[in-house]
Design a protein around this ligand. Sequence first.
Ligand SMILES: N[C@@H](CCC(=O)N[C@@H](CS)C(=O)NCC(=O)O)C(=O)O
Length: 235
Amino acid sequence: MKLSPYVLRVEWALKLKGIEYEYVTEDLKNKSPELLLYNPVYKAVPVLVHHGKPIPESVVILEYIEDAWKDLSPSILPSDPHQRALARFWAKFSEEKCLHGGFVDVFSKTGDEQLEAVKELQERLKTLEGYLEGKKFFGGSTIGLVDIVAGWIPSWNSIMEEIVGIKIVDGEQLPLLTAWIHDILELDLVKESRPPLDEVKAHMRKIRENIVDSTLCLKKACRMLKWFITMDCVI
Ligand SMILES: N[C@@H](CCC(=O)N[C@@H](CS)C(=O)NCC(=O)O)C(=O)O
């Protein structure tokens, strides 16, 4: 699943710590018995298998990598307990408020609802940007948990903006985040594992077309329903 931003997180963490790994691809339309065995609850990628034991869920895997290879630097999490808690907090915020309740909302809505979602997302990104103040990366001078969890933004953002035709991460409004996007894309480990952008674009475009089609169908169905109700009243 080269196009999965969740899988990419695990690749980045393994590369960052210099851990050798075997990458096993998965066809999600025809899931392998291994995937069903290793992740019977969600049946999703990524799954890390270490010493024969499976660990599912990208953020859980990142924490596992940090614990299992704690002697390998750089660390994904700070050593200070409060700083560790903060990193976990912002990683969760980026996931729940910027990805699921943010970019996904913008990408899955149309018209005024979409413009409203853009405004809300930009406000949330501004909040996230506060955690970058005075630092190159969220993790400091090297990337850490938040950079890895939010690391899909640099590759996916410009593609999403192009497809929906709306600028989301504006350099003037979000200068620190814009610089962070640039610095993330300059990292060798990111360049090495970056998915083929034309494939990402084609994949995202297909998703957007399906969303727009089903929204149009729904609107049409609503209009028909209203028409039937009105006719019924008239009769
Ligand atoms: N919360 C999960 C999300 C993983 C996820 O959604 N993976 C997708 C691929 S991007 C998947 O395998 N979906 C299963 C399916 O399509 O049936 C994580 O962080 O690992």
